[in-house]
Design a protein around this ligand. Structure first.
Ligand code: AMP
Length: 464
C-alpha cells in the first residue's frame, strides 16, 4: 500500500560545481515543508552518489557528507510525516539502477491512482523498495517498450493522476515536472549558468538565484548540458487546481507561488476576515508564525492595534518530542510563551491560519486566559476544515477534524473563547488573483478536482 502523507519540498540544480552544497542550502530553506527526513543525490555525469537521513537538514548533513557528494548536478528532498511509518526506507530521493542506468526521484504531492498502478505493476513482477507512491513513477518509466528516459518519463506521467511536483536526476539530465492541475508549486530559477528548480522561491532567494518562472501545470522540463527543453504531459485539458492551503499555511510568506506573494495574499485574507467578522477589541495578536500576515491584515482593516503577545521558541524540533497526544500538549507549551503584561485585562483578537483538530487552539485559549486576557476572539484565516486532503497535505481523518465533530457554537464552547469566526470560502477566493475555479478547495468544500479510483481504497475511505 502506498501512503498518503507527502507534504514535501523538492530542489534540483544542474551545472554548478557546488551542486551538493546548493541542494543543502535549498533544503534548509524548504525545511518547513518536511521535517521527517532529508536527502540529496548528486551526479558527476558518470556516477551518482546519495546521502539520506532522518531528521532536520542540519542534523542529517555535515561538511563531510557534502564532500562525499561530488558532481555539478543534484536533487534534494525534505519529507514530512506526522503519522504512519516514518523510516529511512521511505526517505527521498529514491535512487535506483535500472536497465537504462541510474535514476533518482524526489516528489511532492500524492498520486490518487497509486494503489491501482502499484497492484498492476506488481502483478507483472515489479518489486518495490518503499511504500511511497513516488516509486511507482520509476517503475512505469522502466517499461521495456519505452525507448529512452525521456519517453519513459512522458509515458509514466500520462498514467499517474493526482498531485506531483517532481525532480528526477539521471547522469546526464535534470528533469522537473508539475502535474496538469498544478496542485503544488514548482519554480525554475537561474544561478549564473546553472539551472535551479525549487518548490518555493525562498530557496532561490537565499542563493541569489533569479526566479525565472513557475513551471507550468502539465509541463516537463528536460535540462541537459545542451540546454533546456519543455514538453507537455499527454492528458486532456485539465482545469488548474492550485492548492489554496499553500497560501493559507504551508508555503513560506517570503515565497511567491501561483503568481503572487504568499505574505500579501495572507494579509488580504486578514483584511477580508476583519470585514466579515469584526469585533470590538483592544489588540490584535497573531499566532506566530503562521498567523503573522493575516493578523497584520486584520489590524490594518479594523484599525485595532497589532501587538505581540505570543512568543515562539524556534528551537523546538522533532527529535526528542514524539507526536503522542500527551506530549503534543507539552510541545505546544514549550513552543509558545506569553507576554502577560500585554494581555492583562485586554479584549484580544487572536488570528491563526487554521483549526484542524482543535487541540492547539484549546490549549492556547486556556493559557491566554491564565495570562489575564479579558476576552478572547479567535479569527481563522480560512474556512472550517471538513475534508481530508488527497493531494499531499497531511490532515487527520474526517472524524478527527473538529468541524465535523461540533457545530460553530459547540466549537466556541469547546475552545472556551468568547467568539470564533472563520474566513468564508467566497471571501478567501476573492483575495487571490486567478479565477476561483482554478484553485483546489477540497479540504473545505469536499469538491475533489481529481476523482479517486474506487480501487484506491485509502483515498476513497479517507476522503469519503
Ligand atoms: P490543531 O487544530 O490542534 O490540529 O492545530 C492546528 C494548527 O496546526 C494550525 O494553527 C496550523 O498552524 C497547524 N497546521 C495546519 N495544518 C497542518 C498540517 N497539515 N500539519 C501540521 N500542522 C498543521
Amino acid at each position: 500500500m502506498s501512503e498518503l502523507k507527502d507534504k514535501c519540498g523538492v530542489f534540483g540544480v544542474f551545472g554548478h560545481q557546488d551542486a551538493a552544497y546548493l541542494a543543502y542550502l535549498g533544503l534548509y530553506a524548504l525545511q518547513h515543508r518536511g521535517e521527517e527526513s532529508a536527502g540529496i543525490v548528486t551526479s558527476n555525469g558518470r556516477k551518482m552518489s546519495a546521502y539520506l537521513g532522518m531528521g532536520h537538514v542540519q542534523d542529517v548533513f555535515d561538511g563531510n557528507h557534502l564532500e562525499r557528494l561530488p558532481g555539478d548536478r543534484a536533487i534534494g528532498h525534505v519529507r514530512y510525516s506526522t503519522t504512519g511509518s516514518s523510516n529511512l526506507k521511505n526517505a527521498q530521493p529514491i535512487l535506483v539502477d535500472y536497465s537504462r542506468g541510474e535514476v533518482a526521484i524526489a516528489h511532492n504531492g500524492n498520486l490518487v491512482n497509486a494503489n491501482m498502478l502499484r497492484a498492476e505493476l506488481e502483478a507483472y513482477g515489479s518489486i518495490f523498495q518503499t511504500t511511497t507512491d513516488s516509486e511507482i513513477i520509476i517503475h512505469l518509466m522502466a517499461k521495456p517498450s519505452l525507448r529512452n528516459v525521456k519517453e519513459g518519463v512522458m509515458d509514466a506521467l500520462s498514467r499517474v493522476e493526482g498531485a506531483y511536483s517532481l525532480v528526477l536526476l539521471t547522469n546526464d539530465m535534470l528533469i522537473a515536472a508539475r502535474d496538469p492541475q498544478g496542485f503544488r508549486p514548482l519554480w525554475l530559477g537561474k544561478l549564473g549558468n546553472a539551472w535551479v528548480v525549487s518548490s518555493e522561491t525562498c530557496a532561490l532567494d537565499i542563493m541569489d538565484a533569479e526566479p525565472v518562472r513557475e513551471i507550468e501545470p502539465g509541463e516537463v522540463l528536460f535540462i541537459t548540458s545542451q540546454g533546456i527543453t519543455s514538453e507537455k504531459v499527454a492528458v486532456e485539458n485539465k482545469k488548474h487546481a492550485h492548492c489554496i492551503f499553500e497560501h493559507v499555511y504551508f508555503s513560506r510568506p517570503d515565497s511567491k507561488i501561483f503568481g503572487e506573494s504568499v505574505h500579501l495574499v495572507r494579509t488580504k485574507f486578514g483584511r477580508q476576515l476583519a470585514k466579515e467578522a469584526p469585533v470590538a477589541a483592544d489588540i490584535v495578536i497573531p499566532v506566530p508564525d503562521s498567523g503573522n500576515s493575516a493578523a497584520l491584515g486584520y489590524s490594518q482593516e479594523s484599525g485595532i492595534p497589532l501587538e505581540t503577545a505570543i512568543i515562539r521558541n524556534h528551537y523546538v524540533g522533532r527529535t526528542f518530542i514524539q507526536p503522542t497526544q500527551g506530549l503534543r500538549d507539552f510541545k505546544v507549551r514549550v513552543k509558545f510563551n506569553l507576554i502577560r503584561e500585554v494581555l492583562k485585562d485586554k479584549r484580544v483578537v487572536v488570528v491563526d491560519d487554521s483549526i484542524v483538530r482543535g487541540t492547539t487552539s484549546k490549549l492556547r485559549v486556556k493559557s491566554l486566559r491564565l495570562a489575564g486576557a479579558k476576552e478572547i476572539h479567535l479569527r481563522i484565516s480560512c474556512p472550517p476544515h471538513r475534508f481530508p486532503c488527497a493531494y499531499g497535505i497531511d490532515f487527520p481523518t474526517k472524524e478527527e477534524l473538529i468541524s465535523n465533530k461540533y457545530n460553530a457554537q459547540e466549537i466556541r464552547k469547546y475552545l472556551d473563547c468568547d467568539s470564533v469566526e472563520y474566513l468564508s470560502l467566497e471571501g478567501m477566493l476573492s483575495c487571490v488573483s486567478y479565477p476561483k475555479e482554478n484553485y483546489c478547495t477540497a479540504c473545505w468544500s469536499g469538491k475533489y478536482p481529481v476523482p479517486f479510483a474506487a480501487v484506491d481504497k485509502f483515498h476513497a475511505e479517507k476522503c469519503r
